[in-house]
Design a protein around this ligand. Structure first.
Ligand code: GRF
Length: 202
């Protein structure tokens, strides 16, 4: 069984989609823990109800970003993960931590990367007037919202979209592509060729 640790900061809807898919599709993997940098993250309660070990570790208890990341890494490693899944974990990670999990840390970003890195991606998309927007699952590298792309989904941008309606349309797709990408990882179907992700079909 592969061991997955999920990091969240808030509502955890992607985390829920992953937990559900892992159980329903009987992945050769278990969710070893859910870790949040916010004790009041609503996703923690859901994970706890599902019998998953939950940990809150606040960045506010550490003087520097580096100190927090050292503590976070040691907490993550105490669950011996094969894969670390960032699911709405709202922290910029330091290079040593990212390097430590090279090739075994995934993130989902609500845009079609490499467009619209950073925050407020739906606002950025509306301002740019793109007609397609979406979400990307990628391996985490030291550069924010970059790294080899595992999966993407596109949605249309409609004339009367607001940030909220567009976000909701994208989120629906996130809940499909993130579990799919993670399943491919735990089934050993992902490989990197010249910095590009290849996926072996079932
Ligand atoms: C998602 O839109 C994800 O793409 C981004 O943060 C949001 C987290 O939502 N990284 P949730 O906590 O999974 O509901």
């Amino acid at each position: 069984m592969r061991r997955i640790v999920i990091l969240i900061s808030g509502r955890g809807s992607n985390m829920r989609a992953v937990i559900r898919a892992a159980q329903n599709e009987k992945w050769p993997a278990q969710i070893a823990a859910v870790i949040s940098n916010k004790a009041d993250a609503t996703g923690l309660a859901y994970a706890a109800e599902h019998g998953i070990p939950c940990v809150a570790i606040s960045h506010k208890d550490y003087p520097t970003r580096e100190d927090f990341d050292i503590a976070l890494q040691s907490k993550i490693d105490s669950f011996a993960p094969d894969l670390v899944v960032l699911a709405g974990f709202m922290r910029v990670l330091t290079t040593p931590l990212v390097t430590h999990y090279a090739g075994r840390m995934l993130n989902i970003h609500p845009s079609l990367l490499p467009s619209f890195v950073g925050l407020a991606t739906h606002r950025q998309a509306l301002a740019a007037g793109v007609k397609l927007h979406g979400a990307t699952v990628h391996f985490v590298t030291a550069e924010l919202d970059h790294g080899p792309i595992v999966a993407q989904a596109a949605v249309p941008v409609l004339e009367d979209d607001t940030e909220e309606t567009l976000a909701a349309r994208v989120l629906e797709q996130e809940h499909i592509i993130y579990p799919h990408a993670i399943r491919c990882f735990v089934e050993g179907r992902l490989s990197l060729v010249d910095g590009v992700v290849r996926i072996k079909q079932d």
